[in-house]
Design a protein around this ligand. Structure first.
Ligand code: BES
Ligand code: MN
Ligand code: ZN
Length: 507
C-alpha cells in the first residue's frame, strides 16, 4: 500500500473515494432523541454534499457506521464515504484508527484501489496523534489472512492518502505520518508470521524469517539450535522441543544505537511455540488447529524489533525468542519428569521444575529465555506470550493480561498504552499464589492448579526474572481476532507490537 500525505483542500481532490469522519453530537439521553451527526471537516462543499443524508436521521454516525454517496455534488471525488466515530464527546485517536481501518476495509471488497482519508477537524482530536492512528489503522485494515487461496486476487489497497486541513503543524504531522507507516508495516509483519500454519513456519523457518528481517533493517542477529541449548544448559526450553522432529530455534536480535555503551538494556522475550499440541498432556481436537498462533508473543517481539530498528530510539534493546514445537512422541517429556532450567551463572545450580502438565510449555521456554536475556545484560525485561487459557477466562477477548514486579517499569508501560491504544489489564502477583507452584520433589512445578491460572503462570516466570524489573504480557485472548470487525479481519491481530515499541521509546 502506497501512502501519501496531502494538504490540498478536500473538495478539489480527484479520487475514487473520499472518506470523511462524522460524529454524533446528540447529548440528550431521552430514548427517542434524534441522532445529530456532524461532519468533522470545515470544507463547505463536502458538508453540502452530505447535508441531506445527515438530516435524514438514517445515518447515526455510530462507531464505524458507514454510508456511501456516489457522485457527490460539488466534490471532485467520485464517491464520498462517511465513517462514524460514535459520540463526539468520546472521540479519541483510537476511534480514528478504527475508522481508517473501516474505510480501507470498505473499499477492498468493492475493487476500489485508492482512497483519500480526511483527518478529522475537532478540538478533541490532536492532529499528529490522529494522523498516526489513521495511517496505522489503514495498514491494519489492509491486511487479509487468505494468503494460501489459489484464487487470491491481490486485494491490497494500492494508494492511501491522508489529507490534513490548512493550519496544522506540518512538521509534526509529517513526522507522525512517517513513523505510523513503519509501525503499521511492523504490526502487519507480525501478523503475517502469526498467520502461517505450523508446517510452513517451523522453529527453523521462524529463525530464518527473523534473520532475513534483521538483515534488512540492520539489526544484529544470531539464530541457534539444539547444540547451543545444551551448551547454555537450557533444560526447560529443550524439554519442550525434545518430543518433536523439528529442532528448536533460539533467536537473538540486537539493537544498539550508535555510540551508546551505557544506560539500560531492554530485554524483549517472546514465546515462539510454532505449534502447541499439548504434548503428552494432549489437547482436545476441537480448535487445536488454532495453536499455530502460539508463537504470537515471539512474533510480536520481532515486529517490535523491526520498528525499533527503523525508528532508532536512544536505548539498547535485545530480543530473545524461544521457538519450539510442542509434540507428543516417544522422545517427548512426560508428566512427572523433572527438568533443570538454565542457571544464571556457571557457579549457580539451575532451578528444578517438576512437569505436571506438558501443555504448560510456554512458561518452560520463557524461563530459559528470561534467564538468557538477563545473562546477556538486560536490565529491564518484558515478555509476551499466548500463555494461558485462564487469562482468557478472566478477561475475555477484550483485554490482554499484564503483570509486573516493579511500579516504575509498570508506570512506563501504562503510559505507553495511552499512545498505543491497546487494551491490557494489570492482574496481581503475590506470595500466596506462589505457594501453588511449590513442588514436593523439586523447586517448582509447572502448573498451579485450576484457580488463578494466569497468575500462577506469571509467578512461575517471576522465579526466573528474580529482582529484574519486569512486565509479563499474556496475550492468549487477543492474539487472534475471533470475529472480523469493520476495521480488522478475522485472524492474527499483531497485538502488543505497538505497546512494546512505545514502552521501549519511553527510555
Ligand atoms: N498455548 C496455550 C494457551 C492458550 C490457550 C493460548 C488458548 C491461546 C488460546 C498454553 O500453552 C496452554 O496450553 N496453557 C494451559 C496451561 C495449563 C495446562 C496449566 C492452559 O491454559 O490450559
Ligand atoms: Mn500448551
Ligand atoms: Zn502454548
Amino acid at each position: 500500500m502506497r501512502t501519501q500525505l496531502s494538504f490540498a483542500p478536500l473538495a478539489g481532490i480527484e479520487t475514487e473515494l473520499l472518506a470523511v469522519l462524522a460524529a454524533d453530537t446528540q447529548t440528550s439521553k431521552a430514548p427517542y432523541a434524534k441522532p445529530q451527526p456532524m461532519l468533522l471537516t470545515s470544507d463547505a462543499a463536502v458538508q453540502a454534499a452530505a447535508a441531506s443524508v445527515l438530516l435524514s436521521g438514517e445515518y447515526k454516525a455510530g462507531a464505524n457506521e458507514t454510508v456511501l454517496l456516489h457522485a457527490p455534488a460539488g466534490v471532485a471525488a467520485k464517491r464520498l464515504l462517511l465513517v462514524g466515530l460514535g459520540k463526539q464527546a468520546k472521540a479519541t485517536a483510537d476511534k480514528v484508527r478504527n475508522a481508517a481501518g473501516t474505510a480501507v476495509r470498505f473499499v477492498k471488497p468493492r475493487g476500489i484501489r485508492e482512497l483519500v482519508f480526511a483527518l478529522p477537524e475537532s478540538e478533541l482530536l490532536p492532529a499528529a496523534s490522529c494522523a498516526r492512528a489513521a495511517v496505522e489503522g489503514a495498514f491494519i485494515g489492509d491486511f487479509d489472512p487468505d494468503t494460501y487461496r489459489s484464487d487470491r486476487k491481490d486485494q491490497s489497497v494500492e494508494s492511501f492518502t491522508l489529507t490534513a486541513p490548512a493550519g496544522v503543524d506540518c512538521a509534526a504531522l509529517e513526522a507522525a505520518f512517517a513513523e505510523a507507516i513503519i509501525i503499521g508495516e511492523s504490526q502487519n509483519f507480525t501478523r503475517s508470521l502469526v498467520n502461517e500454519p505450523g508446517n510452513k513456519l517451523t522453529p527453523t523457518l521462524l529463525g530464518q524469517r527473523a534473520a532475513r528481517m534483521a538483515a534488512e533493517v540492520g539489526l544484529g542477529w544470531e539464530v541457534h539450535s539444539t547444540e547451543k541449548l545444551h551448551e547454555l544448559k537450557m533444560g526447560a526450553f529443550w524439554s519442550v522441543s525434545q518430543g518433536s522432529a523439528e529442532p528448536p530455534a533460539l533467536i537473538v536480535l540486537r539493537y544498539e544505537p550508535e555510540g551508546m555503551s551505557d544506560g539500560p538494556i531492554l530485554g524483549l522475550v517472546g514465546k515462539g511455540i510454532t505449534f502447541d499440541s499439548g504434548g503428552i498432556s494432549i489437547k482436545p481436537a476441537d480448535k487445536m488447529e488454532q495453536m499455530k498462533y502460539d508463537m504470537a508473543g515471539g512474533a510480536a517481539m520481532l515486529g517490535a524489533m523491526r520498528a525499533i530498528a527503523l525508528l532508532k530510539p536512544r536505548v539498547r534493546v535485545i530480543a530473545v525468542i524461544c521457538a519450539a514445537e510442542n509434540m507428543p512422541s516417544g522422545t517427548a517429556q512426560k508428566p512427572g519428569d523433572v527438568q533443570t532450567a538454565m542457571p544464571f551463572s556457571a557457579d549457580q545450580p539451575g532451578k528444578t521444575i517438576e512437569i505436571i502438565n506438558t501443555d504448560a510449555e510456554g512458561r518452560l521456554v520463557l524461563a530459559d529465555g528470561l534467564t538468557y536475556a538477563r545473562q546477556l545484560g538486560a536490565t529491564h525485561l518484558i515478555d509476551a506470550a499466548t500463555l494461558t487459557g485462564a487469562c482468557v477466562v478472566a478477561l475475555g477477548y477484550v483485554n490482554a493480561g499484564a503483570f509486573s514486579n516493579d511500579e516504575e517499569i509498570w508506570a512506563k508501560f501504562n503510559a505507553a498504552l495511552a499512545t498505543s491504544g491497546e487494551m491490557f489489564w494489570r492482574l496481581p502477583l503475590g506470595e500466596e499464589y506462589a505457594e501453588q507452584i511449590k513442588s514436593d520433589i523439586g523447586d517448582i512445578k509447572n502448573t498451579g492448579g485450576r484457580w488463578g491460572g494466569a497468575i500462577t503462570a506469571a509467578e512461575f516466570l517471576k522465579v526466573f526474572v528474580e529482582d529484574t524489573p519486569w512486565i509479563h504480557l499474556d496475550i492468549a485472548g487477543l492474539a487472534w481476532v475471533e470475529d472480523s470487525k469493520p476495521y480488522i479481519a478475522k485472524g492474527p491481530s499483531g497485538v502488543a507490537v505497538r505497546s512494546i515499541l512505545e514502552w521501549v521509546r519511553s527510555y
